[in-house]
Write a protein that binds this ligand. Structure first.
Ligand code: AGP
Length: 604
């Protein structure tokens, strides 16, 4: 969590830092700050509780410094206060940090740093330690300090007597950098400097970077110079902007048809799934006896759809684990088990640690990841990139639909390799998958009617999402979306399970969003819906029926396109996303930046 940026070059740094921080704000928005070299050689700091806009308001219009660092915080150690905001300063050192220094208490004791601390943060301890170890040689101080830290970190450091220079080092927490004609940039992710360069390199762990106006020097901890490996992205700055939409979330909801096409199209040859360009060989699927899917949040819910679909169509055992539980539940994985980890950011620490554990048991690890070159993508044996483009809103939308499409492609391939489906049905299936972008376009045209129906929901304390089979797995994502951005308490229930307890919570006017698209359980879901309706629920029903006028079933009926059962989830989830979005703005919240949250969770 936390977003960091550094710039040194020919241009004035302040706007570059503030604009960069604005694009990193999805990583945290409790407080923000910058520090920079003044022409007197001194380091100046501006920081405040609140968002980047609040920081901008207290920055000096006349600031012409060309070297500085900036930070947007998601609080871990210590509350949301000015003192805990970054940058921190200790003696000659000013720094920003993303990550957690786990042994900071120990370091305070061992290096007698207590008197130098004014905040409650682990970061200030790191600043004090760097300062203590600094004798005029920044690299030597960094080499010594990083060997003492336990935990994750991405640091950008200014030393008072090294004007114009930024030092950086990282372990686990992500950092990318580039040198271009405007100068040297470093940041938590590329969106922060994409306006200046599409070329970048991933900062290797435990390497020291020295950034100046003239270039970037990268060295390992023994002081040996290393040549950075530059990559280039295919998207540009507009992909990371709102492009006329009021919020990133709405823009990203609308980008789903294009994101799906980008993800599906390159994996189809001769109307069959083909992963040769992803370097995923058929041998990965051969002899596969079972699958474990591991992820967090929305990515985990996409995995739940994957499980239900693969298990029921291929009759292969599939389990889904919450990544933060996986390591502690003695997973049963053998060499023929396939482990699929799913992550939009590719940096979620629990998912990364789960992957590391899984690799001890099997070589069949595959990551479904959106961010190119991210840690999970680099560490997994195989990677299937989703091509959603940058997802900025904290609430995941387009990443979810492309993750499901990836599972469908993988399921089809797996079925062919294991001989559980034939080529004819695989081709038919792929043909249906290719139609999902068009079907979502149809749904997006109904966005305004969804806005209208949420007016009824914004006063609700609780809401329930119910369905069976794939509709149930999808309901979990619907409930998560609603609660994370509208703060309405929402639960997902398998429709048949309600009467075993939860139905006690249904009272007059409680919204129940029901989905009934799966033919084999349709009549059973309708009976379950009647049960809640009879107890006063306000039922919004999503189904493929032409018209439902029976008031004993629902108050509002949303008609979904006539797509095959396995594919209606793509349409339904877009309705769920729109319900959550409009509920959030209807309540006066900013759906892009829900309280207490950050986009990528790099703490355990
Ligand atoms: C979804 O809306 C969330 N913000 C969250 O659940 C997210 O999906 C989860 O933290 C996993 O992130 P990842 O995909 O980047 O690993």
């Amino acid at each position: 969590m936390c977003g960091i940026i550094g710039f040194t070059g020919k241009k004035e740094a302040q706007d570059i830092l503030l604009d960069g921080l604005a694009s990193l704000e999805y990583r945290g928005y409790d407080s923000a700050g910058i520090s920079y070299f003044k022409d007197t050689g001194k380091i100046s700091i501006r920081k405040t509780v609140g968002k980047v806009a609040d920081l901008r308001a207290i920055c000096d219009d006349e600031n012409n410094s060309t070297c500085g660092i900036g930070h947007t915080r998601w609080a871990t150690h210590g509350g949301v206060t000015n003192a805990n905001a970054h940058p921190h300063k200790s003696g000659k050192v000013s720094l920003i940090h993303n990550g957690i220094i786990e042994n900071y208490h120990e370091l305070v004791e061992t290096y007698d740093l207590k008197d130098q601390l004014i905040s409650e943060t682990d970061t200030e301890v790191a600043a004090a330690l760097f300062n203590k170890l600094y004798d005029g040689n920044p690299e030597a101080a960094i080499q010594k300090a990083v060997k003492l830290f336990r935990g994750s970190f991405a640091f950008c450091i200014l030393f008072k007597d090294q004007p114009g220079t930024i030092y950086a080092v990282r372990n686990v927490s992500p950092m990318v950098a580039t040198y271009c004609e405007d100068g040297s940039f470093i940041a938590s992710d590329l969106t922060a400097f994409i306006a200046y360069s599409k070329r970048y390199f991933i900062v290797p762990e435990y390497h020291i970077l020295t950034l100046t106006e003239k270039g970037i020097v990268l060295k390992d901890l023994e002081g040996k110079e290393v040549t950075p490996e530059y990559l280039e992205v295919s998207w540009d700055v507009t992909a990371a902007q709102k492009e006329g939409y009021p919020h990133y979330m709405l823009k990203e909801i609308h980008e789903q048809p294009a994101a799906l096409t980008r993800t599906i199209a390159p994996r189809i040859k001769d109307q069959l799934p083909d992963f040769s360009e992803d370097n995923i060989p058929d041998s990965l699927f051969e002899h596969c006896t079972d699958i474990t899917i591991v992820a967090c949040g929305t990515a985990m819910y996409a995995g739940t759809v994957g499980r239900t679909f693969i298990q029921s169509t291929l009759h292969l055992p599939v389990t889904v684990s919450i990544a933060s539980e996986f390591r502690y539940e003695e997973p049963v994985i053998t060499e023929n088990s396939m482990v699929i980890v799913v992550s939009q950011s590719g940096e979620t620490i629990d998912t990364l640690e789960a992957l590391r554990l899984a690799k001890k048991y099997t070589k069949k690890t595959l990551a479904i990841v959106n961010v190119k070159g991210s840690t999970i993508a680099r560490e997994s044996n195989y990677v299937l990139y989703t091509h959603a483009g940058p997802e900025i809103a904290v609430a995941s939308t387009k990443a979810y639909t492309v993750q499901i499409a990836s599972f469908y492609l993988l399921a089809c391939k797996l079925g062919l390799v294991l001989g559980r489906i034939d080529e004819k049905s695989a081709r038919e299936f792929i043909g249906m998958l290719q139609k999902t972008p068009d079907s979502i376009e149809t749904i997006l045209k109904q966005a305004e009617s969804v806005e209208h129906l949420t007016k009824r929901m914004i006063h609700a304390q609780d809401a329930f999402f119910i369905g069976r089979g794939l509709d149930y797995t999808l309901s979990m994502e619907g409930a998560l979306k609603l609660k994370e951005i509208s703060y309405i308490h929402a639960e997902a229930y398998a429709a048949g399970e309600l009467k075993h307890g939860t139905i006690a919570l249904i009272s007059e006017g409680v919204p129940v969003i029901a989905v009934a698209t799966q033919k084999h359980v349709y009549s059973k879901v309708i009976s379950n819906i009647r049960e809640v309706k009879a107890r006063g629920a306000y039922v919004i029903l999503l189904s493929k029926d032409e018209k439902i006028t029976d008031k004993s079933i629902c108050n509002v009926h949303i008609r979904l396109p006539e797509t095959p059962d396995a594919f209606t989830i793509f349409d339904s989830v877009v309705i769920f996303q729109l319900i959550a979005y409009y509920a959030s703005i209807g309540k006066g919240f900013n759906p892009d930046q829900p309280r207490n949250l950050a986009k990528s969770v790099t703490v355990e």
